[in-house]
Write a protein that binds this ligand. Structure first.
Ligand code: NAD
Length: 489
């Protein structure tokens, strides 16, 4: 069924179900999914009961036990899923824009990344090597040998946020399946539709390679209901969570002996030094602060600029911000559309107003209407102002001026978070110092904090998380290492 609405493209209404034990099932209650730009309903999903989540976990547990897929078959499963997704890039991108509100050009980019992440995961299935251990290196252990092997954990639960609804799910499901686990996915309540479509492809591919029912499951609904079943279940061996620090800490505190990967919030700094290519830095900073309307975990949250280039940088940032086209996310020209919901919009508005009231200067932007917020450059920001002190998750670019490099490093670390950081400089020693002294999971030289490829080790320090994603590193988290020793009698 489709219906006309105020969107510039016609989106089919997606009333979806959940995949549990190879069956698509409904629930007693359902939740609407709305288009953030105009509030139109674009679909609905079941609100899983506790019992349904338990059924999904039990099905996954049986499938993990029963599955005899070889490494090559797991590679085939993931490659085939990528192939199915590749045939539907435009449809998936439109569905993503409909539920998440990011510009259609960015949605296409995310679908492409998800295809690559699936393929990289498939390749990794073939590389689960162990190592030979020379036991006879210790005196008295002549003629003993050992090797290590990696084994799947069993059931991996994957919980994802709204901002990259497809690729972040693939980041968990891909490596978990590559390693031989069964999975239960739980997408964000406001953006579940592309994930459900992904599970349709996974289900088809799993059947084609001969996987048992229940190897791939997806449930939707309340995060706390689903999350608590995962936490309480003995069968769930690993929880891979991406989302807010508050929920991440709750999971960390209640997960007992489970393997837990937490990819959480950030307040990422990017330093612009006096020897930087300021114009190039401004282009990247605005891109890094405003893509997906600033709703990116490693977006540019704070710009730390040396006082000698402050005026030049602020002028370049304003010039660059004004090149962005706001509008309907389905328009090809649109660069910035709307924030995910009213709560998110109210938070960005509060932070903006409090920061201006505290003395910051609005260099450009600052207008908002509902969920639509202009790209906004703020100068004269000091560390205690909310735009600098909090994770904004909106298109604000707070510029903080620093007098010397010690202050730049001190301010970069002046946050409870430690996800990523950037530095623009031509001086290799300065870049090296930033890399060594900034307390974050990644430091990017001559680019912004928001730099990521899908196979690199990725994960924050401090309140930004625990454990690493990136295919190879996620496979390590989703497996356990066993040593097998041989004593030659
Ligand atoms: P959120 O924490 O509100 O929700 C994330 C997911 O957790 C959703 O699926 C939600 O339903 C579920 N959830 C909610 N309560 C739960 C509970 N008690 N137990 C288990 N699951 C629960 O986050 P959000 O608003 O969707 O996403 C924004 C946040 O995610 C930001 O802080 C952002 O920085 C962070 N993020 C981090 C990364 C990273 O890689 N570090 C990537 C993207 C987003």
């Amino acid at each position: 069924m489709s219906r006309s609405n105020t969107m510039s493209v016609e989106i089919e209404i997606h009333d979806e179900k959940m995949l549990v034990n190879g069956e698509w099932i409904d629930a007693d209650e359902r939740a609407d999914v709305v288009h953030p730009y105009d509030g139109e309903v674009v679909g609905s999903v079941p609100i899983a009961s506790e019992q349904q989540v338990q059924q999904a976990v039990a099905a996954a547990d049986r499938a993990a036990e029963a599955s005899e897929l070889s490494a090559y078959e797991r590679y085939e499963l993931l490659y085939r899923t990528a192939e199915l997704l590749e045939k539907e890039v435009e449809e998936m991108a439109q569905l993503m824009t409909a539920e998440q509100g990011k510009p259609i050009t960015e949605a296409r980019g995310e679908v492409d990344r998800a295809i690559q992440t699936l393929r990289l995961s498939g390749e990794e299935a073939k590389r689960m090597f162990g190592e030979y251990v020379p036991m006879d290196a210790q005196r008295g252990f002549d003629r003993t040998h050992a090797f290590t092997q990696r084994e799947p954990l069993g059931v991996v639960a994957a919980v994802t946020p709204f901002n990259f609804p497809l690729n972040l799910m693939v980041h968990k499901i891909g490596p978990a399946l590559a390693a031989g686990n069964a999975v239960v996915g739980k997408p964000a309540t406001n953006t579940p539709l592309v994930s459900i479509r992904l599970f349709e492809y996974l289900d088809q591919a799993a059947e084609e390679v001969g996987a048992p029912d229940g190897l791939v499951n997806v449930v939707t609904g309340s995060g706390s209901t689903v999350g608590d079943v995962f936490l309480e279940s003995e069968e769930v061996e690993a929880i891979s969570f991406t989302g807010s620090t508050a929920v991440g800490k709750y999971i960390a505190n209640n997960s007992g002996m489970k393997e837990v990967t937490l990819e959480l919030g950030g307040n990422d700094p990017t330093i612009v030094w006096e020897d930087a290519d300021v114009k190039e830095a401004a282009v990247q900073l605005i891109g890094g602060a405003c893509s997906n309307a600033g709703q990116v975990c490693n977006s540019v949250e704070r710009v730390l600029v040396h006082k000698t280039v402050e005026d030049e940088l602020v002028a370049a940032l304003v010039g660059q911000a004004q090149t962005l086209t706001p509008g309907d996310p389905f328009d090809e020209e649109t660069d910035i559309a709307a924030l995910i919901d009213d709560d998110a919009a109210e938070k960005v508005q509060r932070i903006f107003e409090e920061t201006v009231a505290a003395g910051a200067t609005v260099e450009c932007g600052g207008d908002y209407e509902g969920r639509k917020f202009e790209p906004t450059v703020l100068s004269g920001v000091t560390p205690e102002m909310p735009a600098a002190a909090e994770e904004v998750f909106g298109p604000l670019v707070p510029v903080i001026t620093v007098a010397d490099f010690d202050e730049a490093i001190e301010q970069a670390n002046n946050t409870e978070y430690g996800l990523e950081a950037g530095i623009f400089t031509q001086d290799i020693d300065r870049a090296k110092r930033a890399a060594n002294e900034i307390d974050a999971g990644g430091v990017n030289v001559n680019t912004v904090s928001g730099f990521r490829t899908d196979h690199m080790p990725y994960g924050g320090f401090k309140d930004s998380g625990k454990g690493k994603e990136g295919i190879k590193y996620a496979v390590e988290h989703f497996t356990r290492e066993k040593i097998v020793g041989f004593h030659a009698g």
